[in-house]
Design a protein around this ligand. Structure first.
Ligand code: FES
Length: 301
């Protein structure tokens, strides 16, 4: 195991972080209890989490300031100070979006997330000190370098959260439903109640909207909550885990923190039986094992 993997492995198992994480969680649960605010901070309007996109501004400006410092050109010092100021101002909303995402994590993800946040906070404090030293006529170079190192560590852990632990990833990204029409149950078994049907490894939610049978993926795209265990509210289903709302007919997210729509299945009734299928064009979803164009194309027919 590489040294970097050993570090994150220890971090993921560091239960000593749990009491601190619990207190921080209680604080942010109260501060961000508004569902509307969570919806905004989650990035639902973007179609994917806001935090990784927003982080470009503070990270970009602060690291650019350090790059200007490293040129050694005194004429660039005013520009570097302005960049640090902009970076610090933009860090607040970015951090809020990150805390909002972190609230819906557990276990290893929560532990790595809190260290990620602490490292970024240390970076911002260092850059704040650097800005203040510049304001007082000092160079602020050393504090800026410390800030860049801390942000680098925070960024690396952020990458681990997203790419290794899957925080923020659509949990249905690799779900491959049946590409061919597949019999699932009798039509008269489907009512306006939320009905779960398992097809291979994929769980599908069936119900009726205005009399029509509809089918969406049962695994919530946010963190994988079982939608069939949630509540129906009009033509929407409310996830039992974090209360995201999805349109039952279109799969669209009506309220976050989810940012990705639920995959929708085609439905037809044949001789009193319900059949579903999903034509898939995404290679990783249709064939996560590797390239096989025939299988991908089969989903388009
Ligand atoms: S798992 Fe979080 S809203 Fe569904």
């Amino acid at each position: 195991m590489r040294a970097s993997e050993q570090v994150v492995d220890r971090l993921e198992r560091a239960q000593a972080l749990d009491p601190v994480a619990g207190r921080v969680n209680a604080f942010w649960s109260t501060a961000l209890r508004s569902q509307r605010l969570r919806d905004l901070l989650s990035g639902r309007q973007l179609g994917h989490p806001l935090h990784p996109a927003a982080v470009l501004v503070p990270a970009g400006t602060l690291l650019s300031a350090t790059a200007l410092d490293l040129t050694g050109d005194p004429g660039l010092r005013p520009a570097a100070r302005r960049l640090i100021g902009l970076g610090l101002l933009s860090a607040g909303p970015t951090a809020l979006a990150g805390w909002s995402d972190w609230l819906d994590t557990e276990g290893a993800e929560r532990r790595v997330g809190i260290v990620h946040a602490a490292s970024n906070a240390a970076g911002l404090v260092s850059y704040g000190a650097s800005w203040w030293q510049r304001h007082r006529g000092g160079s602020g170079l050393a504090a800026g370098l410390v800030g860049a190192a801390a942000l680098g560590l925070g960024g690396w852990l952020g990458g681990h959260l997203a790419y290794a632990l899957g925080v923020g990833v659509d949990t249905t990204a690799f779900h491959h439903g049946p590409a061919d029409w597949t019999d699932v149950l009798a039509a008269d078994e489907v009512t306006t109640a939320l009905r779960q049907v398992d097809i291979g490894e994929v769980s599908v939610l069936l119900t009726r909207v205005e009399g029509r049978i509809v089918a969406i993926d049962n695994r919530c795209t946010h963190r994988g909550g079982p939608l069939a265990d949630g509540e129906r509210d009009g033509d929407c289903v409310v996830c039992p885990w974090h209360a995201s709302r999805f349109d039952l007919a279109t799969g669209d997210v009506r309220q976050g923190p989810a940012t990705r729509p639920q995959p929708v299945y085609e439905v037809r009734e044949t001789a009193g039986r319900v059949e579903i299928r999903r034509c898939e064009i995404r290679a990783l979803r249709a064939n996560p094992a590797g390239p096989a164009p025939d299988r991908v194309l089969a989903g388009r027919r």
